[in-house]
Design a protein around this ligand. Structure first.
Ligand code: 5RP
Length: 226
């Protein structure tokens, strides 16, 4: 399905309406969040503070004159908005792209509401796992986590680039392992089994994290809540 930029813009426009003046807002990454930043900037007499796990979002906020807080000094966020690769009717979500999921989950957990902004192509009855679950892992645990992920039915592939001896590193300097699953019978159990492996710092599977999703289509906009 081809999704026009207008749908993402409409989604961001609707999200703007629930942001209170003078609140602390978490903002993830992606094109919908970029539209939201522009709408925030354009709203007259509107002042909010932003916390973000994303370097590109931080730079975009600063460029647009928004106040960006240091995450390490923040212990509460009013609302956090983020994108994802897929979200289902239970509001389980999968993020596979940026490899910044550890910080994204931290910001989500600090927020009263963690709201996913998606176009309708990303909203499914149950997550399909066409994309991998990404594990941020300690370097020393690589072979061990690979073996454990295989025992859980996954096909682990280290994410590669020229960054560190051929491996991609996360924003925290750790390795990233993409784990592909053909079939997941119990999403919640998979998440807790992956979290329980020593050496795994966090996974890009978000279970019981999102409290709301705003799903935008060509002619409709729908809110889903936990
Ligand atoms: C990457 C993500 C991004 O937040 C997501 O892909 C952004 O999507 P869009 O550009 O459609 O707003 O989760 O894993």
């Amino acid at each position: 399905m081809t999704i026009s930029g207008d749908i993402k813009k409409a989604c961001a426009r609707e999200a703007l309406d629930i942001i209170q003046n003078h609140s602390v807002i978490g903002l993830g990454g992606g094109s919908t969040i970029s539209h939201l930043i522009e709408f925030i900037r354009e709203k007259p007499n509107f002042k909010i503070s932003v916390v973000t796990p994303s370097t590109s979002t931080r730079l975009l906020c600063l460029k647009n004159g928004l106040d960006v807080l240091h995450t390490e000094l923040v212990d509460h966020i009013d609302l956090a908005f983020d994108g994802c690769d897929q979200v289902d009717e239970q509001l389980n979500a999968l993020k596979s792209g940026g490899g910044i999921h550890t910080k994204e989950k931290l910001i989500a957990s600090m927020a009263d509401d963690y709201i996913l902004l998606v176009d309708e192509s990303k909203f499914v009855p149950v997550l399909t796992f066409e994309k991998p679950v990404v594990l941020e892992i300690l370097e020393d645990s690589m072979a061990y986590v690979q073996k454990k992920a295989e025992l859980l039915g996954g096909k682990p592939i280290m994410r590669q680039s020229d960054a560190k001896d051929g491996f991609t590193v996360s924003d925290n300097g750790h390795l990233l392992m993409d784990v592909y699953f053909d079939h997941v019978a119990d999403i919640s159990k998979l998440e807790s089994d992956l979290q329980a492996i020593h050496g795994v710092i966090d996974t890009s599977l978000f279970v019981d994290v999102a409290t709301k999703a705003l799903v935008a289509g060509e002619n409709n906009m729908k809110w889903y809540s936990k």
